[in-house]
Write a new protein. Structure first.
Lengths: 114, 113
């Protein structure tokens, strides 16, 4: 599986935007970029995913580089509840609907200061 | 609606014992996944069910680990002859199909003494 690289930790202030980077230089044409986050003592939860175009949802935005070798998860206005480990994951799409389990790295530990 | 539930939430056992961990997926979800998460690490894939059958069990570490999903809903992860290294949080996730968003349960914290 193609690998992702993320900073171990990042710190931000409450109510400020947060940009979480992810490098995936070996991404293939059929890999979707997924982001999950894991709050303390909880299971991971889905945040957003995309293929080539930038994506927005109620939780965040995903900016994907033109060459797809990197992406950035954007939290527009961080709150204390956004403190979590954020995982950038590549997930292959196979024709016919097949899929694999998610391959998590260590993620980025996001610390929000009040 | 109800999310993915896992029982027990915590399990303490002794080395060499047998344990069963249960996962109740979201109703109607055909795909079910088991992961294991050690302290300070991301979750590690163990096994994926599509319906009743194991579509991919490549993540099971050895033959002491086994999982079933006999009716295509509830799944049980079984660990025989537990070892201290099996101590981890065991996470279950489900999705409507194998290609869609996975919804995770809170996990079972297993401690092998």
């Amino acid at each position: 599986d193609a690998k992702t690289t993320q900073p171990n930790s990042m710190e931000s202030n409450e109510e400020e935007p947060v940009h979480l980077p992810c490098n995936h230089s070996t991404i293939s044409g059929t890999d979707y970029i997924h982001w999950y986050r894991q709050l303390p003592s909880q299971g991971p939860e889905y945040v957003i995913h995309g293929l080539t175009s930038n994506v927005n949802n109620r939780m965040a935005s995903l900016a994907i580089a033109e060459d797809r070798k990197s992406s950035t998860l954007i939290l527009h206005r961080a709150t204390l509840r956004d403190a979590a480990v954020y995982y950038c994951i590549l997930r292959a799409w196979y024709s016919g609907g097949g899929a694999d389990g998610l391959t998590f790295g260590k993620g980025t530990h996001l610390i929000i200061q009040p | 609606g109800a999310g993915v539930s896992q029982t027990p939430s915590n399990k303490v056992t002794e080395k060499g014992k047998y344990v069963e961990l249960r996962c109740d997926p979201i109703s109607g979800h055909t795909a079910l996944y088991w992961y294991r998460q050690s302290l300070g690490q991301g979750p590690e894939f163990l096994i994926y069910f599509q319906g009743t059958g194991a579509a991919d069990d490549s993540g099971l570490p050895n033959d002491r680990f086994f999982a079933v999903r006999p009716e295509g809903s509830v799944s049980t992860l079984k660990i025989q002859r537990t070892e201290r290294g099996d101590s981890a949080v065991y996470l279950c996730a489900s999705s409507r199909s194998g290609t869609e968003t996975q919804y995770f349960g809170p996990g079972t914290r297993l401690l092998v003494l």
